[in-house]
Design a protein around this ligand. Structure first.
Ligand code: SF4
Ligand code: SF4
Length: 284
């Protein structure tokens, strides 16, 4: 039995009143109809602008690593509305040494039909990442059963040349705005490889080769770390189906390494870890 929304709001009020948290990160109405955006509440009087409905789809964990926000926490905790994908992001950020999970109070929720205004909202119990271990395991055992998986099967049935042509066409629309990176909770590097120009590893221009390099480098950087929140695809102004690539990588990592990103706050990154008895078939 989950908490009710009223209990979450009451808890939020309590946390602010007793000064346990410096801020509550939640949602408010956006400037465009039927859009929601992040809101940062520091006073009880500001609570009334918060909303929680099926349009609240953004993974807010992204804001936990924003330097300008972190400075304002002043050693206090932060409370944040998160779905299970968001909790998985907190686990990864903790495992990678970016945040202390004990300083994050989770106000968990799931929309029955994400993206639909009148979707039912289920509140989740648990304020610490560890309380979500069972629900994350359930997600892992369910695997990737969704509409996207059907599209991935179709892409898999193409020849390598056809698949390459498909992705080349998709990436040709990329305008190198880097919105996908800015909204991704897992893209917290203070200086991204694409912003370096000495040496310049990736061409900054939005042309075919540079676009392919950028999107493939990003896909590999996220392999085993992407939690499938969809922030990137939602933000992409070119409508590139980034989640197809993210999910395909996640499926591969689960199959080959039994690794599901963000299972716990101590999970080692799958592509940065090894076992002494790992097969070494790639070494000639
Ligand atoms: S790559 Fe996209 S889906 Fe994956 S964690 Fe980042 S924003 Fe979310
Ligand atoms: S958000 Fe879309 S257009 Fe912008 S850099 Fe990412 S893939 Fe390219």
């Amino acid at each position: 039995m989950g908490n009710t929304l009223e209990e979450h709001i009451k808890r939020t009020r309590q946390l602010l009143e007793c000064g346990e948290v410096a801020m509550v990160i939640g949602y408010e109405r956006g400037s465009v109809e039927n859009r929601r955006r992040a809101t940062f509440v520091k006073e009880v009087s500001e609570l009334e602008r918060m909303v929680l409905d099926g349009l609240c789809c953004e993974n807010l964990a992204n804001y936990l690593v924003r330097e300008e926000l972190l400075r304002s926490f002043d050693g206090k905790k932060v409370a944040i509305f998160l779905t299970t994908a968001g909790v998985r992001s907190v686990n990864i950020l903790a495992a990678e040494g970016q945040i202390n999970p004990d300083c994050v109070i989770i106000l968990g929720f799931e929309a029955e039909k994400p993206g639909e205004l009148d979707s039912a909202i289920k509140m989740l119990d648990g304020e610490h990442v560890d309380h979500y271990a069972d629900s994350i395991q359930q997600l892992k055992s369910r695997g990737f059963v969704n509409d996207r998986a059907q599209v991935i099967v179709k892409l898999e049935m193409m020849s390598a040349e056809e698949r390459f042509a498909f992705w080349r066409e998709q990436f040709s629309r990329c305008v190198k705005c880097y919105a996908c990176r800015q909204v991704c909770p897992m893209c917290y590097c203070r200086r991204c490889i694409v912003d370096c120009n000495q040496p310049q590893w990736i061409n900054a221009s939005a042309h075919d080769l540079g676009n392919l390099e950028w999107n493939l480098v990003r896909a590999f950087h996220l392999a085993g770390r992407c939690v499938g929140c969809g922030n990137c695809e939602q933000a992409c102004p070119a409508g590139i189906p980034l989640m197809l690539l993210n999910q395909r990588m996640a499926q591969e990592v689960l199959k080959e390494f039994n690794h599901f990103a963000g299972e716990s706050s101590t999970q080692l990154p799958v592509l940065a870890d090894f076992k002494k008895d790992d097969p070494e078939t790639f070494i000639l």
